[in-house]
Design a protein around this ligand. Structure first.
Ligand code: CU
Length: 180
């Protein structure tokens, strides 16, 4: 927690980001049916974070497995699928770096677009690793926002900025491609 700090814009955004609107959860599927997708998550903001994501979409069920290392140990790292049904999302390039030298939540938005599905915000372990598996039951609205998965990206947030943890700043991003 932020000891004694005033409520900053960043923390308000974090709360908004952590929201998981319209999704309900259910048991983890061991089914091998469905459409398979992967994503290679690459570091943003020199976070050192990288990893992989595997997704299986079967009807209205989306099974997600994300493994990331190099995150900030002991901190919650919000994870989202970002994108917009009307265009193709991408991970922010160097041109998204703002005047403070950061790709912020806002400066990356023109590239990765809005939040399409909020995942959980797991706490990175003592070495900065997250191994997250979850099965989502998608609402019609979720499915609309996620159409099509290959025009979306996965963003993992949370980096140290000037010695303070900022849970909104993107730490890693990967485009979603078909395949296992
Ligand atoms: Cu996000």
């Amino acid at each position: 927690m932020r000891k004694g700090l005033p409520i900053t814009l960043a923390s308000v955004l974090l709360v908004l980001l952590a929201g998981c609107a319209g999704s309900t959860t259910s048991g983890i599927s061991s089914s091998s049916s469905g459409l398979h997708y992967t994503s290679t998550l690459k570091s943003l903001n020199d976070s050192g974070a990288s990893g992989t994501a595997n997704l299986t979409l079967d009807g209205n069920r989306l099974l997600i497995h994300i493994k990331v290392s190099g995150l900030v140990p002991g901190q919650n790292h919000p994870q989202h699928i970002h994108g917009d049904p009307t265009k193709t999302a991408s991970c922010p390039p160097a041109t998204a770096i703002d005047k403070n030298g950061l790709i912020t939540l806002a400066s990356g938005t023109p590239f990765y677009g809005p939040l399409a599905l909020g995942l959980d915000a797991p706490v990175a372990n003592g070495t900065g690793a997250v191994d997250y598996t979850h099965s989502f039951t998608l609402s019609t609205d979720d499915k609309d926002k996620l159409s099509h998965l290959t025009s979306h990206v996965i963003v993992v947030h949370g980096v140290m900025v000037n010695g303070e943890y900022d849970g909104t700043v993107p730490a890693a991003c990967g485009t979603i491609v078909e395949g296992r």
